[in-house]
Design a protein around this ligand. Structure first.
Ligand SMILES: *[C@@H]1O[C@H](CO)[C@@H](O)[C@H](O)[C@H]1NC(C)=O
Ligand SMILES: *[C@@H]1O[C@H](CO)[C@@H](O)[C@H](O)[C@H]1NC(C)=O
Length: 348
């Protein structure tokens, strides 16, 4: 909490020209594609079991084998702000279920808050939060946070994966305290007062120092506490402190008037046909060279150029223009008769 308030204060000071006390990368990533593929959990499968929304480097593909598949070299653009960040970041898609049985993808919009406005065309915001000296991810590194099959809110650590209700459509009306604290919930809020729903996914910040991945995509990393503080001291099993990765998504539910809501049950579901309990995020590292390590070592801040690390923030019209076609073509927009999911999976 203290750490986060310090950050908010630092950002405010910066607006007045003073030096921030505590720095982190925080930047916008626009939509690369909305597609039913998942090179981490279902490599090679076209029409994976559920739909994802993906941001980052444009070499995102059905299969991205660790090390051999060099995202940083293969991507010719990124939908994220920093030109040097060819990583891919993805999550499930939120749907609204109309009382008449149709589904509509919930739009994703930009996010304001105390650290200032980010410009997104769909997509999400990414944070890299250092706590002390951190070791950046190695080429080929990937990981998963959350469990796409979990239907029990009680099995989710609310301090790391959560939702927050915003009763205004103005992102400038910042709501609440540090991420995943206070009245934030594991469940997606089903409250007609909510005009926007902010989803936060905080990843583990400790690594075993050896494995770029693991069979469950989780065991090679470990949490060391909760919240967006960069993480605490790492356990001896996972001694290497990583930059803490956090995703922030702003789901705009303002168009789904209460007159459309089903008589019972939540109208908001993720693309696995499950609620907030199944929220998850996927990460495949792809920063060029040692640019992320340098960014952490040199206290690069927010979404601004940082010469010491050689990282440059692109204009929104540049990163917004980085998009790719669906590899698993199907309609994902407008009113749909059903959610795009299920038994279509075929080996590519
Ligand atoms: C994905 O991989 C296929 C097969 O290797 C290739 O033809 C295609 O161009 C790739 N797509 C992208 C977006 O890199
Ligand atoms: C449900 O309502 C939406 C919005 O009015 C409409 O576009 C859609 O066609 C309806 N679906 C069905 C099955 O009637």
């Amino acid at each position: 909490m203290h750490h986060w308030l310090t950050l908010a204060a630092a950002a405010a000071l910066m607006a007045n020209g003073a030096v921030a006390q505590f720095n982190m990368l925080r930047f916008a990533c626009s939509q690369l594609v909305v597609d039913r593929i998942d090179p981490l959990v279902n490599p090679g499968v076209r029409y994976s079991p559920h739909l994802h929304q993906i941001v980052g480097g444009n070499s995102f593909n059905l299969t991205m084998t660790p090390v051999e598949y060099d995202l940083a070299k293969l991507s010719t653009c990124t939908s994220c702000s920093f030109a040097q960040d060819k990583s891919n970041y993805w999550t499930a898609v939120m749907f609204f279920k109309h009382k008449n049985g149709s589904y509509h993808r919930v739009p994703q919009i930009g996010n304001g808050g105390p650290q200032g406005k980010l410009v997104n065309n769909g997509g999400l915001d990414v944070y890299y939060i250092p706590s002390g000296k951190v070791t950046a991810f190695k080429p080929g590194f990937r990981m998963l946070a959350g469990n796409a099959a979990n239907s029990d809110d009680g099995q989710v650590t609310k301090g790391n994966i959560c939702h927050r209700c915003w009763t205004s459509t103005s992102e400038d009306n910042f709501v609440g305290g540090a991420p995943c604290t206070g009245s934030d919930t594991v469940a997606i809020p089903a409250n007609p007062q909510c005009k926007m729903i902010r989803q936060t996914i905080i990843f583990p910040a400790c690594w075993d120092g050896t494995n770029l991945d693991s069979p469950d995509h989780k065991s090679h990393v470990a949490y060391s506490g909760t919240g967006a503080s960069g993480g605490g001291a790492c356990p001896s099993t996972h001694p290497v402190k990583l930059p803490q990765v956090m995703y922030e998504l702003m789901w705009d539910v303002s168009q789904f008037d209460q007159s459309m809501w089903p008589a019972s049950g939540s109208p908001f579901l993720y693309s696995m046909n499950l609620g907030g309990s199944a929220a998850h995020g996927d990460y495949v590292f792809g920063w060029e060279g040692d640019s992320l390590q340098k960014a952490m070592d040199n206290n690069c801040n927010l979404n601004t150029d940082c010469a010491a690390a050689g990282i440059t923030a692109q204009k929104p019209e540049v990163y917004n223009a980085c998009t790719i076609d669906q590899q698993a073509p199907e309609p994902v927009d407008g009113w749909l008769a059903s959610m795009p999911m299920g038994e279509m999976a075929v080996r590519a």
